[in-house]
Write a protein that binds this ligand. Sequence first.
Ligand SMILES: NC(=O)C1=CN([C@@H]2O[C@H](COP(=O)(O)OP(=O)(O)OC[C@H]3O[C@@H](n4cnc5c(N)ncnc54)[C@H](OP(=O)(O)O)[C@@H]3O)[C@@H](O)[C@H]2O)[C@@H](O)CC1
Ligand SMILES: Nc1ncnc2c1ncn2[C@@H]1O[C@H](COP(=O)(O)OP(=O)(O)O)[C@@H](O)[C@H]1O
Ligand SMILES: [K+]
Length: 499
Amino acid sequence: MQQIIPGKSVKELDAAFIKDKGITSYKLMEQAALAFCDWFVEQISPENDLAVFCGTGNNGGDGMAISRLLWERGYSVKVFIMGDPANGSKDFKLNHEVLPEAIPVQLVENVNWENWKAKVIIDGVLGVGINRPLEGAYLDLIKRLNNFPAKRIAIDMPTGLPSDEILEGEAFKAMFTVSFQFPKMALLFPEHASYTGELVIKDIGISPDYFETFEPKMYYLEKKDIPELHKSFDRFSHKGNFGKVMLIGGSYGKMGAVRMASEAALRTGSGLVSCFVPRCGIQVLQSSLPEAMVEVSEQDHYLDEYPPDNLTRYDALGVGPGMGQHSKTAIMLEELLKLYKGPMVIDADGINLLASHPHLLNMLGHNIILTPHLKEFERLAGACAHQRERVDKVAEFVEKFQCTIILKGAHSLIACPDGTLNFNSSGNAYLATGGAGDVLTGMITSFLGQGYSPKEAAFCGVYHHGLAGELAGKVNRRGTIASDIIAKIPQTYLQLGIH
Ligand SMILES: NC(=O)C1=CN([C@@H]2O[C@H](COP(=O)(O)OP(=O)(O)OC[C@H]3O[C@@H](n4cnc5c(N)ncnc54)[C@H](OP(=O)(O)O)[C@@H]3O)[C@@H](O)[C@H]2O)[C@@H](O)CC1
Ligand SMILES: Nc1ncnc2c1ncn2[C@@H]1O[C@H](COP(=O)(O)OP(=O)(O)O)[C@@H](O)[C@H]1O
Ligand SMILES: [K+]
């Protein structure tokens, strides 16, 4: 898996790679510029005139190299330099020297902005070397570019955005950020959505072993990581091999949640799916999802204090969708945590009950996966000012209670008891629809029931779920609903080449 390291460690990473490979830093910059151009030529046609803004550090060096390479590919390019080129980094200067004379170069301070135009702005002003908020001429430039009607593309990082912290002040608002080798953590924060734009990661050839010495252990979960996590099943497999799971939840008016989680578990491949719901749920479930078996609790509208019988029948449980927060249900959850020693996903009202009955937290452990969205997590662990703080609190929570946490959202964070923090790459805003979380619960429960470890089940569940959302979004766009996501689960296996 691709490791994510702090921006301040990039220089050290580059130095180790260059030394080991016996190449120059100029050559590595050329590799990065070529990777950027590979992506660029696929997206932007040469009729567009390009304005490339270069600082005088290595991000500016990238900007210079990219200007040359795109000019060689037939684009009309103009270069604008921010800062004093005489004080530039070594590789900035080298790339400045080899810039073809046909490319016009101007200092930003000399630009007459009246009548200035460009269809595409490429930002190579500052990258991971940023060490303070933008001010003065840098701030003026970025504000001006943000208001300019052009397509804005950032090289490695939007200028002004710190690699690992929350933005203070202003930054370049990229429509696309093409980041080298790994996504810098701040590009994954929801607060930075309008600065990062669409995130593109381009491999520049630095293999994973060069990352291993860096802390913390953060990773980016990508398509290529998923197939090897999957188990294979042979011709003679029977439904018992695919696991028997139970989804526990539902309450009056919220039966759809447990129904969707159950269907998602079936579509993910569970051999047998049972539901445990209040009495009012039996007809809903039996008529809308005949493949699932249903057991009922004594009360009509909510789950009473008694968990289902013979819990050892199940290979995994998924608890919480639509469950409500009745005090009797809280007792049932406590009993479940006492009695059931197999793997379990706790979601939604299950999490809310943990938050309102904190003594239950001490019953969590390696077999348990919690799937809170941001607000549910804050109910568990206290309010957070921003995602940076939330990431730290998630890591602390997992270390303390030794369970897995999936902090849901764009780039869901999977924090595991082995100390790793893993950010998901799949998914898009079409997943932001009621019930999408219930679908995820069903999928992860299914993988657990099929014998995947909590970490494998979390990775596969989150990645497949995001991919199913992408596929559903392609067809249904803004009209995507959770059932569309369920319907696309089988196609995710096809896309990943899994049989
Ligand atoms: N492996 C990879 O990923 C590769 C990465 N590569 C590229 O290198 C880039 C990093 O380059 P870099 O280290 O030279 O830093 P960069 O961002 O150009 O900043 C330069 C200087 O700006 C200054 N400065 C800081 N804050 C400021 C502010 N607010 N306002 C004004 N000035 C400010 C500060 O100097 P100071 O003023 O503090 O003396 C800082 O040192 C990286 O993003 C990627 O594009 C590829 O080329 C090769 C492979
Ligand atoms: N912009 C987005 N990009 C990727 N995934 C998203 C996005 N918005 C929501 N999701 C995913 O959709 C699901 C929503 O879950 P949740 O908030 O529990 O919704 P609900 O309670 O309505 O089921 C989560 O898995 C989340 O990661
Ligand atoms: K930049």
